[in-house]
Design a protein around this ligand. Structure first.
Ligand code: P70
Length: 468
């Protein structure tokens, strides 16, 4: 089958409510046109994020009942630790409540002001946590990543020439580690090839710089390696993951993605000195090392989720469902980022709305229209999330990519709901000239997209959808 059908059946259902465009218009105005401020109950298909939104399996739910809530030495911690070690292979396993805490612990330990961390493309929380230490977060992804039409199979790859240039410019002593985000979320959920990981490792060996992974979507990345990279078709996902992580020295992980849980994360690494400092900080801000901000039951659900995510039937359905949405849109001529990523379809807002200039937030305007007309919530990954003022001149720098990400929660929506999303977007695309830009009326100093507020530039332009 081109698009494998669901390898599960539904045991529990959560009703969802349809609202009207008029109701949603009012909600949008109250929310300052920020979709993070819309109550989830008023969303029909929620594609804001694939993070923490997975449906857990019956085995994970059963695991919750086996939670050992002892403060120290919970049996679920040992199960979790053994699971992480057997997949990722690093000596120390430090649980955290989610990914950004793993980032915060790592960077507050290894970074000093003036240092630099290169990555293919930093995600927003990663960048913010690095900058919070007074350090520089630098992107060094291959240049194809910035061309939405380029169909290269591994657009998440690190550009080794650029990486070496950064090392020369900044100096080895000011780069405590290099990151690789698998898959590369801000670049469209694009994978990194094993060959690129191997070559990055070889380059960093010459300078004795450690390599870390931002491993949120590692299983999806390994699935792409199996599908696309010569020599991996007959290898299991577990085997591919083990090889990949062997080239690194550690990883940060938001288990809210490929851990198939609603909350949880970890940091795993080999370096003894770093672990000591990180553990001390963990105890100060998060919790004792055998629970790290989570309940024992959460650790159990995470251990089980990390095993389940390696299942190939699951992964081919998962990546296939995202591809199904992408291909429906692509065949109708809707501009999307290619190739279709592992966890999300990214609408190319610059091409969808060429009449809206980047300072009028085309991707945010598109996300607003999609919610107002159809009750579908995506997220802006463009000027709102990544635009920033240049220090000194105050000039606003726009990111190269201006996208609306439709992130698909794992095991949550049926393919019929996905078809509804595609039909809605195709309808909106036919009426795209009517969509108008926005102006920002409030912004926070960091991670502004979560709380920003906007106003519409022209409210009269709004029209009713054909389907709703
Ligand atoms: C997402 C969420 C989180 C993330 C990530 C990578 C590559 C670290 C983290 C932090 C964040 C988000 C974005 C928009 C709307 C809602 C949520 N990504 N590295 O959806 O992990 O969230 O657990 O602290 O993608 O992509 P955590």
């Amino acid at each position: 089958m081109k698009f494998p059908s669901e390898p599960f059946k539904i045991k529990v259902v959560e009703p969802i409510r349809r609202t009207t465009p008029v109701e949603r218009d009012r909600l949008l105005r109250d929310a300052g046109y920020n979709l993070f401020r819309i109550p989830a109950e008023s969303v029909y298909v929620d594609l804001l994020t694939d993070s923490g939104t997975s449906a857990m399996s019956d085995s994970q739910w059963a695991g919750l009942m086996l939670g050992d809530e002892s403060y120290a030495g919970s049996k679920n911690f040992y199960h979790f630790e053994e699971t992480v070690r057997s997949i990722f292979g690093y000596t120390h396993v430090i649980p955290t409540h989610q990914g950004r805490m793993a980032e915060n612990l790592l960077f507050s330990t290894v970074l000093k002001p003036g240092m630099c961390v290169p990555n293919n493309i930093h995600f927003d929380t990663t960048r913010a946590n690095i900058e919070h230490q007074g350090a520089e977060a630098t992107n060094a992804v291959v240049k194809e990543a910035y061309d939405p039409a380029d169909e290269s199979p591994f657009k998440g790859n690190m550009d080794l020439g650029r990486l070496e240039e950064i090392i020369h410019r900044v100096g080895r002593d000011r780069i405590p580690l290099v990151l690789l985000t698998i898959t590369n979320n801000s670049g469209g959920g694009q994978p990194v090839s094993m060959e690129n990981v191997r070559e990055t490792r070889a380059l960093l060996n010459r300078y004795e710089i450690p390599l870390f992974f931002d491993a949120c979507r590692f299983a999806e990345n390994c699935f792409f390696i199996k599908e696309r990279e010569p020599g991996y078709a007959d290898r299991s996902i577990l085997d591919i993951a083990r090889e990949l992580f062997r080239y690194g020295d550690g990883c940060t992980m938001s288990a809210k993605k490929d851990g198939l849980v609603n909350i949880g994360g970890f940091l795993s690494l080999n370096d003894e000195r770093w672990v000591q400092d990180i553990t001390n900080m963990l105890i100060l801000v998060e919790g004792f090392p055998t629970y790290g901000g989570l309940a024992g039951r959460d650790l159990e659900a995470m251990a089980r989720g990390l095993r389940e995510v390696l299942d190939e039937d699951y992964l081919s359905f998962r990546v296939g469902q995202v591809r199904y949405l992408g291909e429906l849109l692509d065949h109708a001529g809707v501009p999307i980022l290619k190739p279709i990523g592992g966890h999300a379809v990214y609408l190319n807002a610059k091409d969808f709305l060429p009449h809206i200039a980047q300072h009028e937030f085309p991707a945010q305007s598109l996300a607003v229209a999609l919610y107002r007309d159809f009750g579908i919530r995506g997220v802006e990954i463009g000027t709102v999330m990544f635009g920033k003022k240049e220090t000194g001149t105050g000039r606003v720098l726009h990111p190269k990519l201006e996208m609306v990400r439709l992130a698909i929660p794992r095991r949550v929506y049926t393919n019929m709901q996905i078809a509804y999303v595609a039909e809605s977007i195709i309808d909106l695309y036919r009426r795209r000239e009517r969509i108008r830009g926005l102006t920002m009326t409030y912004e926070a100093p960091v991670l502004r997209h979560f709380t920003a507020r906007f106003e519409e530039l022209d409210r009269t332009a709004h029209i009713q959808p054909v389907i709703s």
